[in-house]
Design a protein around this ligand. Structure first.
Ligand SMILES: [Zn+2]
Length: 359
């Protein structure tokens, strides 16, 4: 996908950032709705029918579509603090089952990426949600994968969960196989043959059907391209530190197709207070360490709707109102100084156009 809008500079004021955010949404929505893009997406879906979902950390550096150079709207994200999830949570369990049922009705299987992240250069650029303990993050991802298998079938015939690591200094993905094997894309040459990759994936996942392997391949090829580009750019390590100035709460953020600008919290955990608190701590430390300007930050609450009439849209409005009130409560109770710098945007998003509407 082409680069639409440059990120605001370090010197940009909070008002400029807010305006930039609105423009970014407008441009992404225009792009998403354009005939070329729509047709390409439809063609891609026809060629790669597997539904792909990704469970990931709220960390702004974790952006699977960018890392895999995938088009917008193909990978369904599920985000929470530290990438910690439990399908026993009533809302998450329901949302995930709805996603699986939607896929099945369309005649598609589901590939589920259960991700964790770390930095090989410095443990403290790892996952704050696990107190930088990568082994704990991997153990949690493996246990969540097992939970998915308990619910949707241990033979993985329809729902196939895999554990995927992300090394944030190089953007390399590490695929964990069904036994203890791993495929670290950071160790492969950029020009490796697609057939070799296909072979490696079938070794890693011997019971994965051919179609799913075919639909996983573009992510692998895209990530190899991304790794090569990052290497060529010689990206300073500083860029892989937290620089988020937005806290996004809710769903429907894939138009925020930019790394490291937003901490994104799904509405899945029964305790949303804790992830919001952690997000505010990260924003506070971004300001304290001067990684972002300290004149303000944005809380963007977003709820998607599918139908522009009746109950669906109204429920989205109510959800957004609730999420904003929760953020305000956490800010005023726990971060009184930061609360003064908080700019809220209450939005609902039409999932057919990816256009936000402020309420
Ligand atoms: Zn994390």
């Amino acid at each position: 996908m082409s680069k639409i809008l440059e990120k605001p500079s370090h010197e940009a004021s909070i008002e400029e950032k807010i305006n930039w955010l609105r423009r970014l949404n407008q441009e992404h929505s225009d792009f998403f709705c354009s005939p070329d893009e729509r047709l390409q997406r439809d063609l891609y879906r026809a060629q790669h029918p597997t539904e792909i979902g990704a469970f990931k950390c709220m960390d702004g550096r974790i952006n699977i579509p960018i890392l895999t150079q995938m088009p917008l709207g193909i990978i369904q994200p599920f985000r929470n603090l530290g990438g910690k999830f439990d399908l026993g949570w009533p809302y998450l369990g329901q949302a995930f089952e709805n996603w699986v049922n939607y896929a099945i009705k369309k005649g598609r299987k589901c590939l589920v990426l259960v991700t964790y992240h770390f930095s090989k250069g410095d443990t403290h650029r790892g996952c704050a949600g696990f107190h930088y303990d990568t082994e704990a993050a991997i153990a949690s991802a493996k246990s969540f994968k097992q939970q998915i298998e308990r619910i949707f079938g241990k033979k993985r015939t329809i729902v196939y969960p895999i554990v995927v690591g992300l090394e944030t200094d190089t953007d390399a993905l590490i695929f964990h196989g069904v036994d203890e094997q791993q495929l670290d894309l950071g160790q492969l040459k950029a020009d490796v043959e697609v057939n070799d990759l296909r072979h490696k994936l079938s070794e890693l996942y011997p019971d994965m059907d051919e179609q799913m392997i075919n639909d996983l391949l573009p992510l692998v090829v895209g990530n190899l391209r991304q790794i090569a580009e990052i290497k060529k750019l010689n990206r300073p390590v500083d860029d892989s530190k937290h620089r988020e100035f937005i806290v996004g709460i809710g769903r429907g953020f894939d138009w925020l197709h930019e790394p490291n600008i937003a901490l994104l919290i799904g509405p899945y955990s029964p305790d949303s207070y804790q992830p919001i608190k952690t997000a505010f701590e990260i924003i506070q430390s971004n300001m304290d360490e001067k990684r972002i300007k300290d004149d303000g930050f944005i809380v963007l609450a977003s709820s998607p709707y599918f139908q522009n009439l009746g109950v669906d849209r109204q429920r989205a409005i109510e959800k957004t109102r609730y999420l904003i009130s929760l953020a305000q409560e956490v800010a005023t109770k726990r971060f009184p100084d930061l609360a003064k710098k908080m700019h809220t945007i209450s939005a609902i998003i039409d999932i057919n156009t990816r256009k936000i509407e402020e309420i």
